[in-house]
Design a protein. Structure first.
Ligand code: ADP
Ligand code: ZN
Ligand code: ZN
Length: 749
């Protein structure tokens, strides 16, 4: 065994060098190693990657956390790391600190936290190198040249100069030849004249975009005030709730503030809730800025992710736009954090390392001492509470930008319908009016597929998933039964498997069935369905959106995908076909979610010259949520909801943690949680309450039986003290029973 020793204090006192390494395993905080043979001690800086032996025959890529001279492992049992992978740290110290904080706060092993934050290729041990593409850029002479000065018939040269003058940082050869075919010889001629030079261009997923620039819009008074207020605080932690109705110009505000941040030579990190919103947001940013904009989302390949990550870390990208996990991109010069649609549930990771990207963004802004904007038309109650407590600035954009006005609401009592029809007479009439006026219609239904239930009227049999406590949904496009919880697929039964009756019935409505119904009802209308099935192909969503914007669609039918962030200027009627399911949800957040969805969907309607109309079909027309929301608006609804939360001692007035367990045997998860609960005994204090354990409402899912134990406290510190004393005492997950802790859980069920 290799042992490297150096003299530190005196020649007689030899101390070992111990490397504390974060390794991506669920077990411990860190693992101790000796340096590899022949290591230069100066290389051992926290944040470098090491390849280390792990277990019997495996190796892992770990990150050096610290170099110390003590370990609880007997020295002769320590193994040496095999290899140092980086000459300089891949993770800057501030980011390593942040990840340590996140590991403590979420009670999740540091090795797994770090591997979540690193791009996959770095986790695999590949080099942390930037890729370059060959490209071209104007010389100072080229910049000074008036295109008209070129010979009259030099059309191609003029075109290239024109193009490059729009891109001061240069363009890749590929981008130029996409625009102007056979440009190669023209490029060489211009190079000979000294007007352009070849230039290595940093590879980005969208290096080859050529987008027309637009100028900033003149801000209205409310926008101006927000921009001034935030721009005056760029040097400090300045958390803001930017509370503006849909279309009030929040994005325009981001663009103006980011302009100021860039002028200071600093970077902006912008989070958007959904992958389908990234291209739309990125385009809008590209139209405005000439700086490098890096993109991060789950559909990028590993090379693309590494490039984005490195450009952010090294300060080469001024703007980084991405979905949830983009919150982990390191920034050389952080200038502002922006979380768009901050209320969106997708910011909370729902498995493994269950972090909230929105909350991490606030922590990062505080550590970097820069502003953070939490933008939304429907603030989460947590954020609203922080604003009420004056921890956050509450900035309001009260009106839609331009001349557009708020939509009007109309509730249809479905109990009064003659037949149990999915589309009421009132909605039908409104659709016909809009069709006649050549306007677009958006119909919302919160369920994909054709029908959520396949049943036998003879004996009452219902098609259930073999692995979950859930019904199977029939999909007409694939002619299959699908489980929306575990993804299982099987052909539909031809006759009842229980009583052999030959006829089975499909009950309920999904997007596919509504689409079919509409096509029969409105024969001439062009109908488009948007749900995760119709948009699963890469670029599918972009293509569908393009058709909508080009006016090639009359009626849009879709799930909540449509409710998020998209602008449909031609839509003047929004119909909510059946949202009753969300009215009596079990989760204490159900009313909040429902109100947000309603306001967000409704926000898609209406343009400058045609106020939008919203029709809500319901069997509960007197439900207080509707009446409150429609009569008094979201702010008033949220005030009332906060009071209820206070009375019930729920967040944001208390803090929650949820210990989840699941097992292959029916009782084992509950047994585990009962034992775990007993183990809290020595650490309990008055301010922490335990509830349960109880089986999850959908107890069986993907073959696992699930149960949960809820911890609730009015004192965050006390709750976290208990967790850090108690969780390490719990037995590790096994193949039979596995557990995880969810801090600030979003879904209790
Ligand atoms: P939000 O992000 O709040 O939904 P956007 O910034 O996307 O709002 O603005 C909505 C629409 O209004 C966009 O079409 C945008 O171009 C336009 N808009 C925003 N600000 C202004 C302004 N000051 N003057 C005119 N139009 C504006
Ligand atoms: Zn039957
Ligand atoms: Zn299933």
């Amino acid at each position: 065994m290799h042992q490297l020793k150096i003299a530190i204090d005196s020649p007689t006192q030899i101390r070992p060098i111990i490397l504390q390494v974060a390794v991506p395993t669920p077990l411990y905080n860190h693992f101790d190693y000796l340096p590899p043979p022949g290591t230069d001690i100066n290389q051992l800086r926290p944040g470098i990657r090491l390849r280390v032996p792990f277990g019997k025959s495996r190796t892992e890529v770990g990150i050096l956390l610290a170099v110390v001279d003590q370990t609880h492992v007997p020295l002769e049992k320590l193994k040496a790391a095999q290899e140092i992978l980086d000459s300089t740290p891949v993770l800057p110290e501030t980011d390593l600190d942040l990840l340590q904080w996140a590991s403590n706060y979420y009670h999740h092993p540091i090795g797994q936290v770090i591997s979540t934050a690193l791009p996959p290729s770095l986790n695999k041990g590949q080099l942390a190198n930037m890729s370059f593409l060959s490209g071209w850029k104007l010389t100072p002479e080229g910049q000074a040249t008036q295109v008209d000065e070129l010979p009259k018939n030099a059309h191609r040269q003029k075109a290239v100069l024109n193009l490059l003058q729009q891109y001061p940082e240069g363009l890749t050869q590929a981008a130029i030849t996409t625009r102007l075919s056979n440009a190669s010889s023209t490029l060489r001629n211009l190079e000979k004249k000294g007007l352009i030079v070849s230039q290595a261009i940093i590879y980005t997923p969208s290096t080859d975009d050529t987008i027309h620039k637009t100028s900033p819009l003149a801000l209205n008074a409310a926008q101006k005030q927000v921009v001034t207020q935030v721009s005056n605080k760029l040097e400090q932690f300045y958390p803001c709730l930017l509370d503006g109705v849909t279309g009030s110009g929040k994005t325009e505000v981001y663009l103006h503030i980011i302009q100021k941040v860039i002028e200071q030579g600093r970077q902006a990190l912008v989070l958007v809730p959904e992958i389908n919103l990234t291209p739309q947001t990125v385009n809008r940013f590209k139209q405005r800025f000439t700086v490098t904009i890096a993109v991060w989302h789950s559909k990028l390949n590993n090379t693309e992710r590494l490039q984005t990550w490195l450009q952010a870390r090294d300060g080469l990208a001024s703007i980084i736009i991405g979905t949830r996990s983009a919150i982990w991109t390191p920034l050389a010069h952080p200038g502002i954090f922006i979380v768009d649609e901050e209320h969106d549930a997708s910011y909370k990771q729902q498995d493994h390392f269950r972090y909230s990207a929105r909350d991490i963004a606030v922590v990062r802004a505080q550590r970097a001492q820069v502003p953070i904007l939490l933008g939304t038309a429907t603030p989460s109650l947590e954020t609203l509470y922080n604003a009420q407590q004056q921890r956050y600035q509450h900035l309001i954009l009260p009106e839609r930008a331009g001349a557009a006005v708020h939509p009007t609401y109309h509730i249809v009592d479905m109990r009064q319908q003659a037949r149990r029809e999915s589309i009421s007479q009132a909605l039908k009439k409104a659709i016909n009016q809009r069709l006649a006026a050549h306007q677009q219609i958006l119909l919302f239904i919160n369920r994909r597929g054709y029908a959520p239930t396949l049943t036998c009227y003879q004996c009452g049999w219902v098609a259930f998933c073999a692995h979950c406590d859930a019904r199977l949904t029939y999909h007409e496009t694939t002619q299959e039964l699908q489980c929306h919880h575990c993804g299982d697929i099987r052909p539909p039964d031809k006759h009842c498997p229980k009583c052999q009756h030959p006829k089975l019935y499909l009950l309920g409505q999904g997007t596919e069935r509504i689409e079919e119904h509409l096509q029969n009802e409105f024969k001439e209308a062009r109908i488009l369905r948007i749900d995760s099935d119709s948009t699963s192909r890469k670029h599918a969503m972009a293509e569908l959106l393009e058709r909508i914007h080009q006016g090639e669609v009359d009626i849009l039918v879709g799930t909540q995908m449509l409710a998020k962030g998209h602008h449909f200027p031609k839509v003047t009627l929004v119909g909510l076909i059946n949202i009753d399911g969300g009215l009596y949800g079990l989760d204490f957040r159900a009313p909040e979610r429902m109100a947000q969805l309603l306001v967000q969907v409704a926000g898609r309607a209406g343009r400058a010259d045609d106020p939008g109309q919203v029709i809500i079909q319901t069997y509960h027309p007197d439900h207080p949520l509707f009446t409150h929301l429609i009569r008094h608006g979201y702010a008033s609804f949220a005030d009332a909801a906060l009071k209820e939360r206070q009375q019930a001692a729920f967040p944001p007035y208390t803090r929650l943690a949820l210990l989840r367990a699941e097992s292959l045997e029916p009782q084992s998860a509950m047994d585990f949680l009962n034992k775990a609960k007993a183990q809290t005994e020595p650490f309990l204090c008055d301010s922490v309450q335990l509830w349960g354990p109880v089986p999850a409402p959908m107890e069986k899912r993907a073959k696992w039986y699930r149960a949960q134990l809820l911890l609730q406290s009015s004192q965050r510190d006390n709750l976290h003290r208990l967790l850090s004393q108690w969780l390490p005492k719990l037995p590790s997950s096994t193949n039979e029973v596995r557990w995880s802790i969810d801090i600030d859980p979003q879904d209790l069920f």
